[in-house]
Design a protein around this ligand. Structure first.
Ligand SMILES: [Zn+2]
Length: 284
């Protein structure tokens, strides 16, 4: 199931995916999908608080690589696609999967944000489902999980407001990758789901009901984040991360526009992180 396999729309996409950037520094208020998390799986929020305290990425990189190598050696947890009560086809555990297990890579085709935006503008993007945006505000990547030789059963992960897996961005062996990781023990036949953490600036879309069926369901599929020009909140994030952008891309463009204003701040953040990654690579 699980090994990383990405195709690239062009050389720029490959170059960007092979760079320590982008790493997103997550602002919880933005919708927080996949990204750097702490040991408990909580999303890191403020770079200026947590990031200065520890060599976080180096530690994480070593840990994830160890987990991946174990799966390569012993086999990845088995999952299968079946009809879901939540939506269409889903991903189901074909064996018990313990909390913290790496289940596989979310693969697909990688675009630069600019190339993707152009496809959208021309109406030539092949899908707007199964997307991930990996975006540091200046070096955006779109990962289309629908296409590419490496796509696997995990592309059908459905949303839940009470998820049992998360998407973990990792920088392993010279490239970015997205790992699916169990948040808790998952029993055989249980559907895997993650929190898409969708957000929109469209008030009508914000009314879309969520049908995940979780007891803790938020009721709405999208969080409503109207983007205001001149809103100081934007300065903190520089990370418009969209996670699995299920069926809407309209908000992506404005997010990108917003985050690109934060380039200078991002650069300083990323310089620090790049050093940490290089350090970690050297010790693997
Ligand atoms: Zn829900």
């Amino acid at each position: 199931m699980g090994d990383a396999h990405y195709e690239f729309a062009d050389a720029s996409a490959h170059e960007r995916f092979s760079s320590c950037r982008p790493i997103r520094l997550i602002n919880r208020d933005l919708g927080y999908p996949i990204a750097v998390v702490d040991d408990d799986g909580s999303y890191l929020v403020p770079p200026d608080e947590d990031f200065e305290e520890e060599n976080f990425l180096a530690t994480q990189t070593r840990a994830w690589l160890g987990a991946v190598q174990k799966c390569r050696r012993d086999g990845w947890p088995r999952v299968e696609n079946k009809t879901s009560r939540v939506h269409g086809v889903g991903v189901f555990a074909a064996q018990d999967i313990p909390a913290g297990a790496t289940i596989g890579f979310y693969n697909g085709t990688v675009y630069t944000q600019e190339a993707w935006d152009e496809l959208e503008r021309l109406g030539e993007s092949r899908t707007d489902n199964f997307l991930f945006n990996l975006n540091d505000g200046a070096h955006g990547i779109v990962l289309d999980g629908c296409f590419g030789k490496g796509i696997n059963a995990l592309k059908f992960l459905n949303h839940s407001c009470s998820p049992n897996v998360r998407m973990q961005e990792v920088f392993l062996q010279g490239s970015w990758a997205v790992l699916v990781v169990a948040l808790r023990d998952i029993a055989t036949k249980e559907e895997l789901s993650h929190d898409f953490a969708l957000h929109t600036e469209d008030a009508n879309e914000a009314e879309t009901p969520c049908t995940c069926g979780a007891a803790e369901c938020r009721g709405k599929l999208y969080a409503y984040f109207p983007w205001d020009d001149g809103d100081d909140d934007d300065e903190d994030d520089g990370n418009d991360d969209d996670g699995n952008d299920d069926d809407d891309n309209d908000d992506d463009e404005s997010h990108n526009g917003t985050s690109s204003n934060d380039e200078s701040q991002d650069k300083s953040d990323h310089d620090v992180q790049s050093e940490r990654i290089e350090e970690s690579d050297a010790t693997i």
